[in-house]
Unconditional design. Structure first.
Length: 102
């Protein structure tokens, strides 16, 4: 796969998909449609769809905006959908911490 003329490795493709899955999950949990999120971000619906499908990757600034909208950390968007055991452990730790503060 190429992204903006750069050959993307399988590892990077997986990261793009992981971030996309997280964005979709957080968007749905926030009760937003792709159109509503696109409007908040000032981008087109197709751009949100591409991010969620993992065909494009958001910039760091866009990740900051998304984290602000979803009231989460950037790391949550990058690791929540990951299958890596360490990422899953961090995700569980965050969930447990949230329960303790509820």
């Amino acid at each position: 796969m190429t992204y903006r003329g750069i050959v993307v490795s399988d590892k990077h493709q997986q990261l793009m998909r992981t971030i996309g899955q997280s964005i979709a999950k957080y968007r749905q949990a926030a009760g937003l449609t792709q159109s509503q999120l696109a409007e908040i971000l000032g981008i087109g619906n197709d751009a949100v769809s591409r991010m969620e499908r993992g065909t494009t990757i958001p910039t760091i600034l866009r990740l900051l905006e998304l984290a602000d909208i979803f009231h989460c950390e950037i790391a949550d968007l990058v690791t929540d959908a990951s299958n890596r055991p360490l990422d899953q452990a961090r995700h569980l730790e965050r969930l447990l911490t949230n329960l303790e503060h509820s």
